[in-house]
Design a protein around this ligand. Structure first.
Ligand code: NDP
Length: 330
């Protein structure tokens, strides 16, 4: 089988030299293990964090060891009770075309609910992130305004739709006109702002949010968040989900100090990691699966074909090539 290891820790933006392909023997499963073949692989922004050795919530990847990521796979051989050959499973496993892992790393998926790859997106980690961040921290109320950055991605598209369902005015920020059109016409956002072509984002948010912003769901950070903060209402909430604008930074940017604004407007700012909600996964999954089944939650993927394209697909998250969830199909 082929696997992909971390060849070197990237400084700044990773590139092809961050990754190395290797051929490996796949061992037969021991008791409690299964051998799986990858069908769909997830590339996610948080994986950039694991490539660095800075202390974080997830342990760093080791140099010369496989990158580990989300997968949907087919079981080829099983020595684990409850998992049969042909089952479809999801989990976080080494990036390899085939691999043998403990069954405890995997959970079975039910392809009658949705196409298998959805379990890496709206019915997986990104969907749950959107659900818990918005519902538990944003706590949107009907009539309020919700602003979402990174709006056209895996998390953002779900946040926007859930906020619409909660009866809010929803405004998205994304990096191309194609994406802003998609937000308005496919995902039901009321307004969308292209941050790459808008000279004054603060003014654009003010225009799109005439009653101010009550919930800011932040996927990106940086200047977009500065502009969002300048538009926050009294008692507004920030669900601090991601800071992709900073993931490749080589030093901490000390920007304008906007905290006085957060203070005087009595803003709640809460960072969160989806795993904080591990005890409530069933609730989140059920809500998202119901929305998908009933056609009330739309979902989009950008699918790149070929295991060999995994590094490229990962890197393209930082140039915004994806609309919706970025997936690699084996
Ligand atoms: P996306 O599908 O949104 O893909 C990343 C997107 O980020 C790109 O498409 C691009 O869109 C945008 N982007 C890239 N660089 C920049 C930049 N410098 N400034 C502004 N936007 C940029 O990824 P996900 O939906 O999977 O993740 C979204 C965010 O949520 C990430 O920050 C991720 O780390 C975070 N996250 C956090 C979790 C948690 O538990 N807290 C769990 C999952 C995700 P564009 O064209 O608009 O620039």
């Amino acid at each position: 089988a082929k696997q992909i290891v971390l060849a070197a820790r990237p400084k700044g933006l990773p590139d092809a030299s961050t990754f190395r392909f290797e051929n490996v023997e796949v061992k037969s499963p021991a008791e409690g293990e299964v051998r799986i073949k990858g069908l769909y692989y997830s590339v996610d922004p948080y994986m950039r964090g694991r490539m660095s050795d800075a202390k974080s919530y997830a342990a760093p990847f080791e140099v010369d060891q496989p990158i580990v990521g989300g997968i949907v796979a087919e079981v080829l051989e099983s020595k684990a009770p409850g998992i049969a050959v042909g089952d479809l499973v999801t989990g976080r496993v080494p990036w390899a075309t085939e691999v043998t892992v403990p069954a405890t790393e995997l959970s079975r998926i039910d392809p009658s609910i949705a196409p298998p790859s959805h379990f890496l997106g709206i019915l997986g980690m990104p969907g749950l992130t959107a659900y818990f961040g918005l519902m538990d921290i944003g706590k949107p109320k009907a009539g309020e305004t919700v602003l979402v950055s990174g709006a056209a991605g895996a998390v953002g598209t779900v946040v926007g739709q859930l906020a619409k369902q909660a009866g809010c005015r929803v405004v998205g920020i994304a990096g191309s006109d194609e994406k802003t059109e998609l937000l308005k016409h496919e995902f039901g956002f009321d307004e969308a702002i292209n941050y790459k072509t808008t000279p004054d984002i603060t003014a654009a948010i003010a225009a799109a949010c005439p009653d101010g912003v009550d919930v800011y769901f932040d996927n990106v950070g940086g200047e977009i968040s500065d502009a969002a903060i300048m538009n926050l209402n009294f008692h507004s909430r920030i669900a601090l989900c991601g800071q992709i604008a900073h993931y490749n930074a080589t030093e901490v940017p000390m920007g304008p100090r906007l905290f006085p604004r957060l203070l005087t407007r009595k803003v709640l700012l809460k960072g969160f990691i989806v795993s904080d909600y591990i005890d409530r996964v069933q609730e989140g999954f059920a809500a998202l699966a119901k929305g998908v089944k009933e056609g009330k939650l739309k979902y989009r993927e950008t699918v790149v074909e070929g295991f060999d394209k995994l590094p490229e697909a990962f890197l393209s998250l930082f140039s915004g090539e994806n609309k919706g969830k970025m997936i690699v199909k084996a």
